[in-house]
Design a protein around this ligand. Structure first.
Ligand code: CP
Length: 320
């Protein structure tokens, strides 16, 4: 694996899920694979799970870890080419990436959607600069349109929780929020579910359809109760309008997942990437209930990251 920014960087999804589950059994099986190598974890946005699970995964492989909370700790970055930097930006992203090339064997970056310019976000204006200027493998820790390490952890979690000899029904359902949120988690989960052996359905209110480039032929239902019927897994996530970019069209029905709504499912397991706004996206009773596999998902972030770092190290080590 050269870079990891989407499901399309994976050769075989079932193999990497199996690899992650093997790592979970013994996370310290390869404690020197990353010896003498450095991974730079660059966060342009906040994080709890991605930051800590990536650090644990890297340490389990013997990697040196440099974590840069760039938004708080580094110079104010300029992203546009050709700008006269005579205002409040101090360092151009090109120069920052060239310097990271000197220090790191792998660069991992979190760069959320700016939510100001649709074209910039759709075209991954920041991640694309890392892919262009990095001379080492690049890993996405969530970009404008995707969150691949989360999605791999989600696939691992579904695999662990499914023993029946039929395809599970997986529903990605929209949930309410107080402010515009990017579509990255929804897009990414959709792409990964399209590669899994599952019956996958998206439920969202009118006006909240995800980008067709991600949903493709996936069934989109605008009635949550209809979508939830017989679901084995319910993945809850908010996103703002893609079509009327960042808008939050009014929704009359209550889309918060409650125990009452869960009754419609086939004793469905509840998933959320966290952080979750309790009693807005999901009721307390659901987050804390016996169908919730949310913390298992969060734990699996370690093994998702470790499986990916391990594959990238195999590629690097093969060239040493
Ligand atoms: N799920 C997730 O990516 O969590 P963080 O934003 O805390 O990293």
């Amino acid at each position: 694996m050269k870079n990891f920014t989407s499901v399309y960087d994976i050769d075989n999804l079932q193999e990497i899920i199996a690899k992650a589950l093997k790592i979970k059994e013994n996370p310290l099986e390869n404690p020197t694979k990353g010896k003498g190598k450095t991974i730079g974890l660059v966060f342009l946005n906040s994080s709890l799970r991605t930051r800590l699970s990536s650090q644990i995964a890297a340490q389990n492989l013997g990697l040196n870890v440099l974590t840069l909370n760039a938004a708080q700790e580094a110079w104010n970055l300029e992203f546009a080419d050709g700008t006269v930097m005579n205002s409040d930006t101090v360092e151009h992203i090109k120069d920052a990436i060239e310097v990271l090339n000197q220090y790191c064997d792998i660069i991992a970056v979190r760069c959320f959607a700016g939510m100001k310019n649709k074209a910039d976000d759709v075209n991954e204006s920041i991640l694309s600069q890392f892919l262009k200027h990095a001379k080492v493998p690049v890993i996405s820790l969530e970009s404008a349109t995707r969150h691949p390490l989360q999605s791999l952890a989600d696939c691992i979690t579904i695999t662990e929780n499914w023993t029946e000899n039929r395809k599970p029904k997986v529903v990605l359902t929209w949930a309410p929020h107080i402010k515009p949120i990017a579509q990255a988690v929804g897009n990414s989960f959709t792409e990964w579910m399209q590669q899994m052996d599952v019956d996958f359905v998206i439920a969202n209110p009118e006006g909240y359809d995800l980008d067709k480039n991600f949903t493709k032929d996936t069934k989109v239902i605008h009635n949550q109760d209809e979508a939830l019927k017989d679901a084995d897994f319910v993945y809850v996530k908010n996103w703002s309008s893609f079509e009327d970019y960042t808008a939050m069209p009014k929704v009359d029905e209550n889309w918060m997942l409650s125990n009452e709504k869960l009754e419609l499912t086939n004793n469905g397991k509840v998933m959320h990437c966290l952080p979750v706004r309790r009693n807005l996206e999901l009721s307390d009773e659901v987050v804390d209930g016996e169908n919730s596999i949310i913390y298992q998902q969060a734990k699996n972030r370690i093994f998702s990251a470790q499986a990916v770092f391990s594959e990238i190290l195999d590629e690097i080590n093969s060239k040493d």
